[in-house]
Design a binder for this molecule. Sequence first.
Ligand SMILES: CCCCCCCCCCCCCCCCCC(=O)SCCNC(=O)CCNC(=O)[C@H](O)C(C)(C)COP(=O)(O)OP(=O)(O)OC[C@H]1O[C@@H](n2cnc3c(N)ncnc32)[C@H](O)[C@@H]1OP(=O)(O)O
Ligand SMILES: NC(=O)C1=CN([C@@H]2O[C@H](COP(=O)(O)OP(=O)(O)OC[C@H]3O[C@@H](n4cnc5c(N)ncnc54)[C@H](OP(=O)(O)O)[C@@H]3O)[C@@H](O)[C@H]2O)C=CC1
Length: 541
Amino acid sequence: MGRSSSLSLCVCVCVCEERRSSLTLIMTSISEWYAGKNVLITGATGFMGKVLMEKLLRSCPDVNALYILVRPKAGQSMSERVQDMMKCKLFDRVREDNPDFHQKIIPISSELTQPGLAISPEDVQTLTSCINIVFHCAATIRFDEPLKHALQLNVIATQQLLSLAQQMQHLQAFIHISTAYANCNRRHIDEVIYPLPVEPKKLIDSLEWMDDSIIRDITPHLIGDRPNTYTYTKALAECVVQQESGKLNIGIIRPSIVGASWQEPFPGWIDNFNGPSGVFIAAGKGILRTMRASNDAVADLIPVDVVINLTLAAGWYTAVHRPKTALVYNCTTGGINPFHWGEIEHHVMSTFKRNPLEQAFRRPNANITSSYLIYQYWILVSHKFPALIYDLFLRLSGQKPQMMRIFNRLHKAIGLLEYFSSQDWEWNSDNMNMLMSQLSADDRKTFNFDVRQLNWPEYIENYCIGTKKYVLNEDMSDIPAARQHLRKLRNIRYTFNTVLLVFIWRVFIARSQMARNIWYFVVSLCYKFLSYFRASSTLTQ
Ligand SMILES: CCCCCCCCCCCCCCCCCC(=O)SCCNC(=O)CCNC(=O)[C@H](O)C(C)(C)COP(=O)(O)OP(=O)(O)OC[C@H]1O[C@@H](n2cnc3c(N)ncnc32)[C@H](O)[C@@H]1OP(=O)(O)O
Ligand SMILES: NC(=O)C1=CN([C@@H]2O[C@H](COP(=O)(O)OP(=O)(O)OC[C@H]3O[C@@H](n4cnc5c(N)ncnc54)[C@H](OP(=O)(O)O)[C@@H]3O)[C@@H](O)[C@H]2O)C=CC1
């Protein structure tokens, strides 16, 4: 055999080897791909970060280590926080499978708003030499965050994390969690990164020297037709990811309103008051009686386990297929399996009537309305008036009034949410469908994000029960006592209404002949109606 033919044979063998290995890589299941990998997670102590860790540990048990960036908070050191977190009920299934699972979690001290993310040089060295995939979940999700702080965390920290990622020698994918509402100033949202009128870098530079009062004044002009600094800075972060990605393989996940888990690790897992959860709880406690929302608008809720399954699958796909440009995944339900706020209201109310929350303020009975006037009327009659009476009662019994303060906070919260509950958006979800088509049958089951199978009434019921069990830590065995409390509240209401009626009678009706005539006329009309219906129902029997 000549030299040239042996060389071409060698090249051919190499090409075949390379093809085979890339084919094997493509054929590996998601959990096989995560085996032996070192994963870096920001925002691991948050709602989605915890579910992400749990799923990785449970469904990819051979993952090598989860490096999590954590800061000390509320008087707790970083390690105390991580220890507490691992005791959380969310990890029960993982704990059962592997009681030593905590050994795979390696906390790294970091404050994302500080230069260099405040990671020590030794930790930078460790991370740059071993991390294979990054999930960037950390963010401030408060809608009322001052622009400078939201920019610091949601944009500048993302920029710094990307520059750290550029130094990682074995990095295969960088997954950034954005939000489906980053571009909520548009009605139709494609899976693309939309340009912004302002260059993120220039904005960062200019805000650096401005004092807080100037920034406060120019914030409305900067955010333009977006409702808050959160959605604005998440849009800026997407642009930063696009501009600073360099040679990294990037995936961007855009979930809509992330709610309790649908199936995993158990139905109804939720641990915070954000978004709809706070509204459901306030309605279940009988505090919230009205909210501005459109009955017919699509409620684009997405279960947290669906978002996390898609995120892990996108991590695998990004690392294996290395798309040339960042792939954006709109992770929403509205276009695939729509459900509306009116239907949510119905199912939330019906669940809390059957499974009441403890020590409710009033019987649960909330109504949504899109009319400003009706809303203001109910705010006055059903929120402010009872709050005043209750505070008066507290004052008279020597206690500190508190109800009006609670209602003021509630009004602020629902005021910030109504932008999202009063209108519809249309998200394109081609990349989510494409990703689903790339999964093997087994992966489609283990990392299920097919929301066509979601049964909304059942999901909302589990969601409400989840808020009761996991957010409020209420025991299901106390439901009879909670029902008894609701009966007591009903009797108080009947008594109150009777007293009010007698009072109105004494003050207004008994004193005027005309009012008495009108009163007798209304009563006799009601009586005739009743007799008519009774007679017609007897005839039809
Ligand atoms: C039955 C009726 C059916 C109704 C159907 C209609 C439902 C509509 C729901 C629409 C949701 C739309 C969400 C849109 C999400 C966009 C998606 C995302 O990307 S991003 C993700 C979405 N991001 C968000 O959702 C963030 C929204 N949240 C915020 O921006 C702020 O928390 C704040 C401005 C509302 C209050 O600030 P501030 O006054 O400084 O007070 P703190 O923060 O310190 O909390 C004070 C207390 O209030 C508690 N609580 C908190 N939230 C709610 C709530 N929603 N509610 C009630 N309570 C709430 C909190 O736990 C605390 O209790 P405690 O510890 O004192 O006992
Ligand atoms: N929840 C939702 O409905 C939606 C969320 N998203 C996106 O998903 C991601 C996760 O959201 P979610 O889990 O709900 O949010 P959480 O508020 O529950 O978690 C936020 C995480 O970010 C961390 N963090 C915040 N500030 C800092 C800081 N200065 N330094 C270090 N860590 C910090 C928090 O840590 P700590 O515990 O120390 O505060 C926490 O771990 C976010 O990017 C959000 O924009 C998108 C759409 C909807």
